[in-house]
Ligand binder design. Structure first.
Ligand code: UD1
Length: 370
């Protein structure tokens, strides 16, 4: 029996951990899962709603760390997580993604010689101004088992000199959640509530510090949205960081003046899935949404200069457009002028809804080898 601590911290973690815990519960004779929530995200809409929507069991331990500078947040997670690991003495700790909680918990375990599995290993934007890139590089350096979503990730790790026996291609676990919840999401009435029942709308999400903390960049993106909403209705669920920036830069009035641009609160998993799965176009700076749109053949424009998920461009519906307003608008109009069915593309290998089982097989395989 393997005792495994599964770490969640921020919004993009919940949909990755839910299928893993669910698979562990199915293999109850082999796995005893615990969930530790660091509390990096703590709002109802950023956290609790996801536990409900994904059927994720309540956390066994809640660290309640909250917000702070990167150093303060990372350190606070480490200090709070270390006693939990010392008390529980797990056989494995599973960390996912690239948020501050991912690195903090991996680092605690590396020092305590507790094996760590990193899910979504090997992704690289090659942009070290992104805090997530630092988290990715360091987590992969110290984790014992690197579970990758795609071949490009394997290649990145090999290039960094990571021994091949630590790397295992398992596919994309977010897509497990996506496929598992697609049917349930049909019960969401979010489209009706927002008045977008046809394929006549776009969805935008923004939260990267490089986009929303810089006034000029955010203003340029907003200018693009103001122009685009003359052609198509845009729904914009805003992350707390983004809402704070809108307030600080005095952008609320601009948004209110743009008749077809609708700023709303962040949505839960099922409502958001229901919303974007019916959209004609998604514009985003999120990592996960680039993957989810590829899996559902929804055209996606990524408002960044790079992506750590190039497979969504080479094999999916994603296009990297940066943050220049003219470029965004012309790329968006091109999508809107292209027939919808042209975007049915291939989905990357192993993005098939069975990644969680391969993750468990890999962890069990390490025990057999060890
Ligand atoms: C974090 C992750 C990012 C992920 C994103 C998704 C890191 C470095 N970044 O960025 O990779 O894509 O989550 O959401 O870990 N806040 C609230 N309520 C909350 C959570 C945050 O109001 O529940 C506020 C915080 O006070 C802070 C801001 O939002 O002012 C940013 O939160 P933080 O956790 O620092 O980073 P994110 O931008 O959410």
């Amino acid at each position: 029996m393997l005792k495994v601590i599964n770490v969640v911290g921020a919004r993009p973690n919940f949909m990755k951990v839910a299928p893993i815990v669910e698979a562990m519960r199915r293999r109850a004779s082999a796995f005893a899962p615990l969930i530790v929530h660091t509390g990096q995200h703590y709002d109802e809409q950023m956290s609790d709603a996801f536990f409900r929507d994904l059927g994720l069991p309540r956390p066994d331990v809640y660290l309640g760390v909250g917000s702070g500078t990167h150093a303060a947040q990372t350190a606070a997670v480490m200090q709070a997580f270390e006693p939990v690991v010392l008390r529980e003495r797990p056989d494995w700790v599973v960390v996912v993604g690239d948020v501050n909680s991912t690195l903090a918990c991996a680092l605690v375990c590396a020092k305590l010689l507790i094996p760590v599995a990193h899910v979504e290993a090997g992704l690289r934007s090659r942009d070290r101004t992104m805090p997530e890139e630092i988290n990715r590089l360091l987590t992969d350096r110290i984790a014992d088992l690197l579970l990758t979503p795609s071949h490009d990730a394997d290649e990145n790790l090999a290039r960094e000199g990571i021994p091949p026996e630590r790397i295992k291609l398992v596919g994309n676990v977010m897509i497990d959640s996506l496929f598992a919840q697609l049917k349930r999401a049909e019960t969401s009435t979010v489209r009706e509530t927002l008045g977008v029942t046809g394929e006549d709308y776009a969805v935008v999400t923004l939260h990267r510090p490089s986009n929303v903390d810089e006034r000029d960049t955010f203003s340029g993106i907003l200018f693009a949205l103001e122009r685009l909403c003359e052609r198509i209705k845009i729904i914009f669920p805003a992350h707390p960081r983004t809402q704070k920036a809108i307030e600080a830069f005095g952008f609320y009035e601009r948004i209110a003046r743009a008749e077809n641009l609708h700023l709303i609160e962040p949505l839960g998993y099922l409502d958001f899935l229901r919303l974007y799965s019916g959209a004609r176009l998604v514009l985003t700076d999120s990592g996960g949404i680039q993957e989810e749109t590829t899996a559902l053949y929804i055209p996606c424009l990524t408002l960044r200069e790079n992506t750590e998920r190039p497979i969504t461009v080479s094999m999916g519906t994603n296009k990297i457009v940066g943050t220049d307003a003219d470029v965004i608008v012309s790329a968006a109009l091109e999508v809107l002028d292209t027939p919808r069915e042209k975007f049915s593309s291939r989905v990357p290998p192993l993005w098939d809804g069975h990644t969680a089982d391969r993750i468990l097989d890999a962890i069990q395989g390490m025990r057999d080898e060890g």
